[in-house]
Structure formats: structure tokens, C-alpha cells
Design a protein around this ligand. Structure first.
Ligand code: C2E
Ligand code: MG
Length: 684
């Protein structure tokens, strides 16, 4: 084996990447190439000429003078044989840099000198500095920081972590970070989290956790993976903040935006979101939901009549009663002025919805005391059921609404299920309504037909009943039974009725003028028309405009309005009588026992309903009733008109019951004015 020679050591000294110098007292006696380059000198000779004090700045980082400190370091080396320390050097150009120095005492020519070896530690210092900074940031940040290995087991946490979770460092280290799971998320949630951690190296999201004291809290968490140089994962680092307050603030804002300030119930937009959510969950679990659409029957009257503050209190009480009538897990919302909705999730059967609806109707039907007075709100409820009546929020709401209207029209204070048939009728009504508005702009769409009224004793025509017809290019002739009630609901009865009245008056006046006769005219008034505020003025204007005498015009009023709206109808009837008009009770006997009302109602004519005329004439009892009615009418001084006579037999039967007028296909169908014309004869 080749032994190391003196020359070999020289090479070692010369080629070392660490700077080396030999210091004899206060003088350099040798140095290597690294020392020359690192200190930035031209060559060895120059460096040798420099005094040691020239190679350092005046002060070291600890604030002490370099020469003093250098002496101490040397002394330490002489004492111990060697000494290691950090130092600041200065290059020839004046630049200062940190080094780590090792002083070794070596024998040299019978004396002891120092071997000085050092290396530039700028890089290491920088890293250390950065680490110190990170440490400082991590220790002081308000966000919780948690570092785990790949197990994952916690290997470090910061003070904020302990502050937020309540767990101190010692009790957390070594544990799986899942130890504080809230139980809020299913295993699929965590599986997704780990999947994205492995795939993307990070995950970010909101997650619920449990504090040491058991309280659940939401945190915004971000997890990153730390890799080694080869790209192999080393650690996970999680940084999170407690977002309890942010969540609470968000919830408060939401509550404000999505609840009705008066009743504190969810408003329409929140209700829609919740219904959407319930539909999704019902789909998943294959369960049923019912939607109740509740409309207060008499709210408007209370609100208009007693002021908004009473109205508001009534709504608050209604809201409370509805809330109390359903389960806590059912959703109750206020979706309009006096409209409430309820979602009944997990419906065992539609029957259960009926029970709740009936309970709601009953609690809202109980009187409420406001301002020392008793009020009765009353409610009508429409029910739609998912999935039978629709699978979207809009359909379910629309159908519940339709059902509610149906409930209302069956007399208020009840509930009604939606049905496909209801839907069809409603759709037809909706398209009829649109068309009706369009038709009103066209003069030709609404026309009047006339049916003669015949005097039973002479057979002569004494007048005509005006009957409205709607001729539509697509629907054909829509029967008045269908469009009048629709127009009554949507308010178009006003303009339509006015048009019929004016046309018919003008027509009959013309016939009177041509024949020199004195035909009377019967025009039908719906309940709504009768009660409309402008009726008297309209009639006065039409009479004046057409020149028809008031006592020639008879208004047909249905029997039902005399019963349901008795007071206001009587009032209005009096005003009409004051104008000099005649009034007739239409469809008399069709269903309401209104004999009693007749006494209070200022009518002139009784139009006996067709059902009496067509009944089984063999029955002595029926003919006895009709005879009694006619006799009573006679005693009250009323004219009787038999309606809908189609056969000679019916005619004979009516004659037998008593004198009067008659209408019916037997005499003449309702005809257009142009077809009536040729049949008219001059009065004799
Ligand atoms: P209404 O006042 O009882 O009119 C009599 C109805 O009986 C008419 O039906 C007429 O065509 C029909 N009729 C007449 N003779 C016979 C007959 O011998 N046999 C049968 N089966 N029916 C006969 P229309 O024209 O369909 O009118 C139905 C209802 O619509 C009317 O009943 C009336 O209440 C209402 N109406 C018609 N025109 C108007 C109007 O301009 N305004 C208002 N508000 N209602 C109207
Ligand atoms: Mg009539």
C-alpha cells in the first residue's frame, strides 16, 4: 500500500474546497487556493500580505469587536486543542459573509500555530433564517396548523390549533387527525377527501369537527402534501380556521333575506329552495311529500275593514296556529299576503295530508280575539302530492294552488286534493281567459241571440231574452255556462255584460220602432255584475243612450245571489227599482228554497226553472208544488215565466199550473237578430 507522503498532504491542503490558512501569532504563514478565491484576492501573495484584522468586519453579529473576539477564539483553541465557531468574514471587495470556522492547534517549527479551516455558510444561514421566520409565523398565526406523517399521525401542531380545538400539543401528537371527527360527514366524504389528496396533493373545503369540550364547529380546512426532492410525499400539512362566527353571520343574513319579518316564517324563495331539497330527498328515499296551500278566507275583509295593524296580528296568530297544527319537522312558510304553505315530508299516505289539512282548517276556523273583538279568519286548503301531482316545485305549487281555488269554490273553509281533471279544466280556463281578452278587442266575437217570450194565453210574442254567445274561430261557439262564470271570476264580465246590454237595448228599441210594438227585454246579470259598484250608472247611461223605457227592461238575477249575498243584493235591487227597472228571479226553484227571500226582494217576475217544466208529469206531488208556487207568485203580484218548454205536453202542463209567459224551443230557439227580423209582425 502506498503511504501518504508530505507532498500528498500538500495536495490535500491545496485542493480542499474548505478555505485553509496557517496563522502564526498575528501573521499568516500559508493559505490554500480556496481561501484566496473565497476571500476574493488576486493571488496567494496578496492574501499573505493582509493582516488578519483586514479579513473581518470591525464587529461580529453579537456586536463584539472582531479583533478582541478573534483573540478569545484563538485562546480557546489553544486551551482545548481545537475550537469551532461561526464568524463573519470580509472579502477583498468589502462584502461580508458568514463562515463556520474550525481552529486546530498544530506544531510548527517547534512552536504551536493555528490551522484555520472554514467554509461559507451563507446558504445554511439563509435556510435557518427562513425556518425561524416560518416557525414564528406558524406559532403566531390565528389559523390552526397541524402536520402529520403519511400514517397519518400528528407530528406537530401550533398554539392556534390548541386554542381552537382545546387539545394541547402533547395530547394531540401521535394521534390520527380524525380523532376529533364530528360525525357530521359520512365515510364517503372522507374517502373523497383522501382521494383528492392523493391525486392532486391537496384538499380544501368546509368540514365540521369536534372540540375537546364536545362542541361541534365548522372549519375551513386546506391540506397540502409536502414532498421530498424525488417527489415522494413526506408530510401532510393542514391549515384551518374556525368559521363559526362567519357561519353564524351568514345564517343571520340568510334569515333576514329569506324569512318573512312579520311571522318569522320562511318566505317564498326559501320555501321553494326547501321544497326542492325535499323533492330530491323524497326521490332518493322513494317517499311521498304533500304540499298544502292555505289561503285565509276572510283576511282581506279584516285587513281592509279594521286596519293593517289588526290584519298583521291576525296573520301572526294564523302563522302560530298553522305551526302548532303540524309537526316540528314540517316546513311552514308564508308565500303571499294571506297565503301560507306547508311541506309534509315522508307522507305515509295521502290520507295523512287530509288529516293535517282538516286540522289546519279547523284551527284557523276558531275565533280570534283582537282588540277586544272576535274575528274569524277561516281557511281553504289545496293539496298536491309528490310524485303523483308533479315532480317539480312549480308544478306542485301550481297544482296545490288550483286545488285551493277548488276548495274555495266549494264554499270556503274546506280542503281539496288536486286532480288531473281539475288541471284540465283549469288549463282550458286559462286558455279561454287569454282568448277572451283578445276577443273583447274584436267587436264580432261576442254576439247576442234573442229568444222570444210568449204569452201563454194568446201565443203572442211579448218580449225577448238576450243571451250572450261567444263565437271563437278555434273553440267554436263557447256556451255561456262556461264563459260567463269564467268572466265572472276574472272580472271580464263587466265589459262583456255592458256590451250585451247595449246591443240588446239598441236592437229591441229598433224592433219596437219598426213594429210599433212594446217588446220587453230580459237581460241576465251575474252575481258579480249585480254587485258591481258602477251598475246603476251604466244602466242609466244605456237607457238614455238607446231610448229604451226603464220598465221595458227586466234584469234576470239568479236565485242563488239572493241567498248568499242577501243584504248587499237587496240594497242593489232597491237602487235598480228606483231607476224604474223590472227584476226577475232566474232559475227559480233550481236548488235554493228561496221563497222566504222573495218577500224581502223587490222582484217583479219569477222565472220557473226548466227542471220543473220537464219533470215527470205523472207525479201529482211535483205538479202540486209548481201550482203552489204559481199561486203564491200570483198573490205576491209577480209575473210567472215558464222556462225551457220543448213539447206540447210540457206546454199543457204549464197552462194547467196557471197563467203566465213562456220560453222554449217549442216556440222558438234563441236566434240571431237577423233571423228574428222576418218573424216579427207589426203590432195590431
Ligand atoms: P238562463 O238565463 O236560464 O237562460 C235560458 C237558457 O235556457 C239559455 O241557455 C237558453 O238557450 C236555454 N233554453 C231556452 N229554451 C230552452 C229549451 O226549450 N230547452 C232547453 N234545454 N234550453 C232552453 P244559454 O243561452 O246557454 O244560457 C245559459 C245561461 O247563461 C243563461 O241561463 C244565463 O244565466 C247565462 N247567460 C246567458 N247570456 C248571459 C249574459 O249576457 N250575461 C249573463 N250574466 N249571463 C248570461
Ligand atoms: Mg235568464
Amino acid at each position: 500500500m502506498h503511504n501518504f507522503h508530505k507532498a500528498d498532504y500538500r495536495v490535500l491542503f491545496e485542493r480542499s474546497a474548505d478555505a485553509m490558512l496557517i496563522l502564526d501569532g498575528n501573521r499568516f504563514v500559508d493559505c490554500n487556493r480556496a481561501a484566496v478565491t473565497l476571500l476574493g484576492y488576486e493571488g496567494r501573495e496578496e492574501l499573505m500580505k493582509a493582516r488578519p484584522s483586514q479579513l473581518s468586519p470591525t464587529l461580529q453579529p453579537d456586536g463584539r469587536r472582531s479583533d478582541k473576539k478573534a483573540d478569545e477564539m484563538a485562546a480557546a483553541a489553544f486551551r482545548n486543542g481545537s475550537h469551532r465557531f461561526e464568524w463573519l468574514h470580509k472579502r477583498a471587495c468589502g462584502e461580508v459573509f458568514p463562515v463556520e470556522v474550525l481552529l486546530t492547534v498544530i506544531p510548527f517549527g517547534g512552536r504551536e500555530v493555528l490551522h484555520v479551516a472554514w467554509r461559507d455558510i451563507t446558504q445554511r444561514k439563509r435556510t435557518e433564517e427562513r425556518l425561524r421566520l416560518s416557525r414564528h409565523v406558524i406559532e403566531n398565526t390565528s389559523e390552526g396548523v397541524i402536520v402529520t406523517d403519511l400514517t397519518p399521525a400528528i407530528i406537530e401542531v401550533n398554539p392556534a390549533y390548541s386554542r381552537i380545538t382545546g387539545y394541547d400539543r402533547e395530547e394531540s401528537i401521535g394521534r390520527n387527525p380524525g380523532f376529533s371527527k364530528s360525525g357530521h360527514h359520512d365515510s364517503a366524504f372522507y374517502a373523497r377527501m383522501w382521494q383528492s389528496l392523493r391525486r392532486d396533493g391537496r384538499w380544501q373545503g368546509e368540514i365540521w369537527d369536534r372540540r375537546k369540550d364536545g362542541e361541534l364547529f365548522p372549519k375551513q380546512l386546506r391540506i397540502d402534501t409536502i414532498y421530498d426532492e424525488e417527489g415522494q410525499p413526506l408530510y401532510y400539512i393542514g391549515v384551518f380556521s374556525d368559521i363559526t362566527f362567519a357561519k353564524q353571520a351568514e345564517k343571520r343574513l340568510q334569515d333576514l333575506a329569506f324569512s318573512d319579518p312579520l311571522t318569522r316564517l320562511p318566505n317564498r324563495s326559501l320555501f321553494y329552495t326547501q321544497l326542492q331539497r325535499e323533492i330530491i330527498s323524497a326521490l332518493r328515499r322513494a317517499t311521498r311529500i304533500a304540499i298544502l296551500f292555505i289561503d285565509l278566507d276572510h283576511f282581506k275583509a279584516i285587513n281592509d275593514g279594521c286596519g293593517h295593524s289588526i290584519g298583521d296580528q291576525a296573520l301572526i296568530i294564523a302563522a302560530e296556529r298553522i305551526r302548532d297544527a303540524v309537526r316540528a319537522s314540517d316546513v311552514v312558510a308564508r308565500v303571499g299576503g294571506d297565503e301560507f304553505t306547508v311541506i309534509l315530508p315522508d307522507l305515509p299516505s295521502p290520507d295523512a295530508a287530509a288529516q293535517v289539512a282538516s286540522k289546519v282548517v279547523s284551527v284557523l276556523g276558531k275565533p280570534i280575539q283582537l282588540d277586544g273583538r272576535d274575528f274569524r279568519l277561516g281557511a281553504s286548503v289545496g293539496i298536491s302530492v309528490f310524485p303523483e301531482d308533479g315532480d317539480s316545485v312549480d308544478d306542485l305549487m301550481r297544482h296545490a294552488d288550483i286545488a285551493m281555488y277548488q276548495a274555495k269554490s266549494h264554499g270556503r273553509g274546506g280542503y281539496c286534493f288536486f286532480s288531473e281533471e281539475l288541471n284540465r279544466t283549469n288549463r282550458r280556463r286559462a286558455s279561454l281567459e287569454t282568448e277572451m281578452r283578445r276577443s273583447l278587442d274584436l267587436d264580432a266575437a261576442f254576439v247576442v241571440q234573442y229568444q222570444p217570450m210568449v204569452d201563454l194565453s194568446s201565443g203572442a210574442w211579448v218580449g225577448f231574452e238576450a243571451l250572450a254567445r261567444w263565437r271563437h274561430p278555434e273553440f267554436g261557439t263557447v256556451p255561456p255556462e262556461e264563459f260567463i262564470s269564467l268572466a265572472d271570476d276574472n272580472g271580464l264580465i263587466g265589459p262583456i255584460g255592458c256590451r250585451v246590454l247595449r246591443t240588446a237595448c239598441r236592437q229591441v228599441k229598433r224592433w219596437n220602432d219598426r213594429t210599433g210594438g212594446r217588446f220587453r227585454l230580459a237581460v241576465n246579470l251575474s252575481a258579480r255584475q249585480l254587485l258591481a259598484p258602477g251598475l246603476v250608472e251604466d244602466l242609466r247611461a244605456v237607457l238614455a243612450e238607446t231610448g229604451v223605457a226603464a220598465d221595458q227592461l227586466e234584469l234576470d238575477i239568479t236565485e242563488s245571489v239572493m241567498v248568499t249575498k242577501a243584504e248587499s243584493a237587496i240594497q242593489q235591487a232597491r237602487h235598480l227599482k228606483d231607476l224604474g227597472l223590472r227584476l226577475a228571479v232566474d232559475d227559480f226553484g233550481a236548488g235554493f228554497a228561496a221563497l222566504n227571500h222573495l218577500r224581502r226582494f223587490p222582484v217583479d217576475t219569477l222565472k220557473v226553472d226548466r227542471s220543473f217544466v220537464i219533470q215527470d208529469h205523472g207525479s201529482r206531488r211535483d205538479s202540486a208544488i209548481l201550482k203552489a208556487i204559481v199561486a203564491m207568485a200570483g198573490q205576491l203580484g209577480l209575473t210567472v215565466i215558464y222556462e225551457g218548454i220543448e213539447t206540447d205536453e210540457q206546454l199543457a202542463f204549464c197552462r194547467d199550473c196557471g197563467a203566465g209567459l213562456a220560453q222554449g224551443f217549442l216556440f222558438c230557439h234563441p236566434l240571431d237578430a237577423a233571423d228574428i227580423e222576418p218573424l216579427l209582425r207589426p203590432a195590431t
